[in-house]
Design a binder for this molecule. Structure first.
Ligand code: FAD
Length: 537
């Protein structure tokens, strides 16, 4: 039976997804008062205390108020485990639930994108966009911007045990680095974070809130975009559902898909844009053959090694005592500092799994806390987590619609560790983590390996344990990749190949995953996209 359609006015641009990229686009495009923009978000407002208190990260993931609550399929490389796959479903998207680490990646990542034929995406080209939105605590310089919407702060607490890891790493040639974000991130240091005065700084606060007073911006929340409206190869609008009612809205200039690396390909497929076989298997009529949609999924897999320590303060012991908890809460209430202001990962190391490499391929996130697995209670003894991920995995997966029902989550198939090289790097990474923890500097803490456990020493045994403990570090990208080969979905101006008036602007356009965390690269992508759109490029 045909449903009655609400018609929702006319706009120049309709942006799907008020996440990281969507908030940036909404702000930049409405700077021109003559440009009418509608921003559609499936989640609700970010007016929720756990979004803003940094440690609230732990309560935002796995919480349907803020998380899409998706899961991967059972992964063969992870001994058949299916992983929880958090994605922000709230204004600000993933920046409302993420670990707040400010990281750009390596100059070589972007130069690599340019070498693939994506003109205008080399490091020298993208650096001005990173700087444009930045408000760096140390002020402006050749590598950093000041006065922008994207706040970058120093963390407000340090831990002796993490300082000892930094000292210890020197014994293995891993030296402290003053700035992880100048194009070369090799070395160790305390992460800079997207916070202000000890409070999370998400894309909604930075970019959306200042634009809300503009009369040319309208935001609808709790509105699920079901599909795009395509007429004769031209994308003319969007169909979305809100409180059970269907609406159609027209975009006179363009539709900008910014629903993230999992939901952007899903929306394209629901609109009949994708691999004909995949679409017909789900009973979706093919509107446009685009074989790369949903392919090329890349993610960083973190291997969380855990070391018990003695005589060190860690969050485990502080949090497990009622007095400690109360003190932590009081400290945050009074000074916006202490463990509640804490990004989950505070300290990082970028190293090479093989010294002959040109740039680091391993990122360590070292945390003064530990659990058996993410989401579990903290261990009752003092311990640290030395999580390590391969920054440039060769394993590639996919994400595809599972049915015609837009409410159903897609099949997420990362194929972790399916490439032989990734298995070699994983073994090497665990061995390197163990080596760092043998540093003389750390001996006073008597580190004892808990995970994967010292008994697992052969390559095969380590790999088996990696399969048991490794999990996503939440960086899916690449599923609508930019490029000009037949598997590319968008061109270097982010327009979808073969269709008019549609761009994709989010983590899905990365042709290759960056060697670092992915939020700020997405902010940069949206800054650059907005500039291209406004210049008519
Ligand atoms: C738990 C976690 C920790 C992380 N930690 C870090 C970190 O410390 N540092 C870092 O740099 N990166 C981190 N990341 C990764 C980073 O945050 C993301 O890569 C990046 O923010 C993604 O931006 P995006 O614009 O592509 O997607 P998103 O920010 O996810 O935005 C997509 C938006 O679209 C909306 N949407 C989706 N489908 C629809 C639909 N059908 N209709 C309407 N709206 C829709 C979503 O609700 C969401 O708001 C983390 C991610 C997570 C989940």
């Amino acid at each position: 039976m045909a449903e009655a359609l609400g018609v929702e006015g006319r706009y120049d641009y309709v942006i799907v997804g008020a996440g990281t990229a969507g908030c940036v686009l909404a702000n930049r495009l409405t700077e021109d008062p003559a440009t009418r923009v509608l921003l559609i978000e499936a989640g609700g407002s970010d007016n929720y205390h756990w979004v803003h208190i940094p440690v609230g990260y732990l309560y935002c993931i796995g919480n349907p108020r803020t998380d899409w609550m998706m899961k991967t399929v059972a992964e063969p490389g992870l001994n058949g485990r299916s992983l929880a796959y958090p994605r922000g479903k709230v204004l600000g998207g993933c920046t409302s639930v993420n670990g707040m680490i400010y990281m750009r990646g390596q100059a070589a990542d972007y130069d690599g994108w340019r070498q693939m034929g994506n003109a205008g995406w080399g490091w020298d080209d993208v650096l001005p966009y990173f700087r444009k939105s930045e408000d760096h605590y140390a002020g402006a310089g050749p590598m950093h911007g000041a006065g922008g919407e994207w706040k970058v702060a120093k963390q407000r607490l340090t831990w002796d045990i993490l300082r000892a890891v930094q000292e210890g790493a020197k014994e293995f040639g891993i030296m402290p680095r003053a700035d992880f974000n100048d194009g070369n991130n090799e070395g160790s240091g305390f992460f800079e974070v997207n916070q202000r005065n000890g409070v999370r700084w998400n894309a909604a606060k930075g970019f959306l809130r200042p634009a809300l007073r503009r009369p040319n911006l309208r935001v609808v929340t709790r509105a699920l975009t079901e599909r795009l409206i395509v007429e004769s190869r031209r994308v003319v609008g969007v169909r979305y559902r809100r409180h059970g009612k269907l609406y159609e809205v027209r975009a006179e200039a363009e539709v900008l898909l910014a629903a993230g690396a999992i939901n952007s390909p899903k929306i394209l497929e629901h609109s009949g844009i994708g691999q004909p076989d995949v679409l017909s298997n789900q009973g979706i009529e093919v509107v446009h053959d685009s074989p790369g949609v949903g392919e090329n999924l890349q993610d960083h897999l973190q291997i969380r090694t855990v070391f018990r320590v003695s005589g060190a303060k860690t969050l485990n012991t502080m949090f497990n005592s009622p007095f400690g908890k109360a003190r932590i809460a009081l400290q945050y209430a009074l000074t916006r500092s202490g463990p509640m202001s804490m990004a989950p990962s505070q300290f990082g190391l970028f190293t090479k799994s093989d010294p002959s490499m040109a740039t680091p391929d391993l990122e360590y996130h070292v945390q003064p806390l530990s659990t058996d697995k993410l989401g579990d209670p903290l261990h009752p003894y003092p311990a640290i987590t030395v999580s390590v991920c391969n920054l440039r995995p060769e394993s590639v997966g996919s994400v595809h619609a599972r049915s015609r029902d837009p409410n159903e989550q897609p099949d997420i198939r990362p194929n972790y560790l399916s490439a032989h090289r990734d298995r070699q790097v994983a073994v090497q990474a665990v061995r390197q983590a163990r080596q760092i923890m043998t540093a003389r500097e750390l001996a006073r803490y008597s580190p004892e390996e808990v995970l994967p456990g010292p008994a697992h020493s052969s390559d095969d045994a380590i790999l088996e344990q990696v399969g048991n403990i490794a999990t996503t570090i939440f960086h899916p990208v690449g599923t609508c990749k930019m490029g000009s080969d037949e598997r590319s979905v968008v061109s270097s101006d982010l327009r979808v190949h073969g269709l008019d008036r549609l761009r994709v602007v989010d983590a899905s356009i990365m042709p290759r995953i960056v060697s670092g965390n992915t939020a700020s690269p997405v902010v940069m992508i949206a800054e650059k996209a907005a500039d291209m759109i406004r210049k008519g490029a």
